[in-house]
Design a binder for this molecule. Structure first.
Ligand SMILES: [Zn+2]
Length: 355
């Protein structure tokens, strides 16, 4: 297993490293001090070499699952251990927990969560589990609850009843029998929403990097995006950087919103999969020219309605999937598409946008 992981790392290292050499050939791009056959961690921009795929070094290159493996992702790129493990516990765990919490709140099949049951002020800890057919099982765990409260809870839940002999009291059997008690469920919440949101931003950024390679981050607008990803405790970007809209499946991957002009951006659409549900997310990343990072202000000020963002009368261009990374001619593909779709005489591809 360890061997095959090393092979994967080496393959990805060479792929991105060669791509980096092509990007470096651009006359206006230079690195000081210069280096060759290196790998730049797309998050912290530290430079690594092929020896750094060995785990023995202090900070080394790790396989980066995009999206996280627990949400259906695959290793598509490398990030340094420091960037990878930091975001693992500071971001990805919150995203996973957030989605699992939503699954449980919706009683989705295959969900399971820690809960507190409450009845007449008495609380019992337990678990709510929904099986694959949607059948709900409530598991009261009195052993890990306050024994007195658990006692009273159970008494209230199942009222003590007299057993009547049905031969003598045929009509009483059901009278005294099963009552449907009602009680409250209080779901425990361990995830932090903001962290979960920054995890989404990180997935979108890395997905675009894994698609286009090193040419993608030659884009001043992404500076603050990386800063936000690396510093989740700070409020660097506005709160909302996604578009709430059910995009057709053909748009999954990378898109460019072309109209309205104030909303020009890369739109990265991907799915996250828990055991219960598959959900689509559409995350905005700034483009290399206007409006750049200001696109987030536009979303926050103009598009937000209550719980999120609605996409109205926009026009997008889908970027077809291709081996952009493996072809020298495509070293700046993301910039090329951007220029193509944002030039003054740009005409939206109406044929394609018509749904
Ligand atoms: Zn790094």
């Amino acid at each position: 297993m360890a061997g095959s992981n090393k092979d994967k790392k080496r393959r990805l290292f060479r792929l991105f490293s060669e791509n980096l050499e092509w990007v470096k050939e651009h006359p206006s791009i230079s690195f000081k001090p210069d280096f060759s056959n290196g790998y730049i961690c797309p998050l912290c921009f530290d430079v690594f070499f092929e020896k750094d795929i060995e785990t023995s070094n202090e900070n080394y290159l790790t396989l980066e699952d995009i999206p996280p493996k627990s949400l259906g992702g695959k290793p598509l790129a490398l990030t340094c251990k420091s960037c990878n493990s930091k975001s693992g516990h500071e971001l990805d765990s919150h995203l996973l927990n957030r989605l699992l919490e939503i699954d449980s709140h919706q009683f989705s099949p295959n969900s399971k969560t820690d809960t507190t049951f409450e009845l007449n002020g008495n609380r019992v800890n337990g678990i709510v589990e929904v099986d694959n057919k949607g059948k709900v099982k409530l598991d009261l765990q009195t052993s890990r609850s306050n024994p007195k409260e658990a006692d009273r809870f159970l008494k209230d839940l199942i009222p003590p009843r007299t057993i009547y002999n049905p031969l003598f009291y045929p009509d009483k059997l059901f009278d005294e029998g099963i009552k449907t008690p009602s009680f409250n469920l209080k779901f425990k919440r361990v995830s932090q929403e903001r962290r979960a949101e920054i995890a989404l931003l990180r997935i979108a950024y890395l997905l675009a990097y894994a698609t286009f390679g090193n040419g993608f981050y030659i884009n001043g607008g992404l500076y603050k995006v990386r800063e936000q990803i690396l510093n989740p405790e700070k409020d660097i970007l506005p709160k909302v950087y996604w578009i709430k809209y059910d995009f057709p499946r053909e748009m999954e991957g990378i898109n460019i919103i072309t109209i309205p002009k104030e909303l020009r951006c890369f739109l990265v659409i991907f799915n996250l999969e828990t055991k219960s549900q598959k959900r689509q997310f559409a995350i905005v990343l700034p483009g290399p020219s206007e409006p750049g990072i200001k696109v987030y202000d536009f979303i926050e000020n103009e598009l937000c309605t209550g719980d999120g963002t609605t996409f109205i009368n926009g026009m997008t261009e889908h970027i077809p999937s291709n081996d952009y990374l493996k072809n020298k001619d495509y070293a700046f593909a993301s910039n090329w598409f951007w220029q193509e779709y944002t030039k003054p005489d740009y005409k939206p591809n109406l044929q394609k946008s018509k749904k």
